[in-house]
Write a protein that binds this ligand. Structure first.
Ligand code: SF4
Length: 109
């Protein structure tokens, strides 16, 4: 599944639209630390329960984009962003995101 020739265009398409950005062990603490928040405050302000109530997702802006997507498609938490974000598209991908990602379309077509 790994594409050595994949070159991210930094379009931010994978950070927009519906879906969960799941936090794994230690990730909430790392992001809280970067933001200068306690883990409790970070969790209260920037996360929501998953539908199955078994974990946390980052929240979204009103337009559906990730709460940490900034102007210019930069990620506010780039250095500590969740593994889910770092893993796309080589560790995982969905049909919707594959269709949304122009760089990925270039290497698989
Ligand atoms: S945390 Fe950063 S990389 Fe992950 S979805 Fe949000 S803006 Fe995108």
């Amino acid at each position: 599944m790994t594409h050595a020739n994949f070159n991210c265009l930094r379009c931010g398409a994978c950070c927009r639209g519906p879906g969960d950005v799941i936090l794994r062990d230690g990730e909430a603490e790392a992001i809280a630390d970067l933001l200068g928040l306690t883990p409790h405050d970070f969790t209260a302000r920037y996360t929501r329960l998953l539908a199955d109530r078994r974990g946390l997702s980052l929240t979204e802006r009103a337009d559906g984009a990730c709460i940490f997507l900034e102007t210019g498609n930069a990620c506010l938490i780039q250095n500590v962003k969740p593994r889910q974000c770092r893993g796309f598209p080589n560790e995982w991908r969905s049909e919707r995101l594959t269709a949304a990602c122009a760089a990925l379309r270039d290497v698989i077509m």
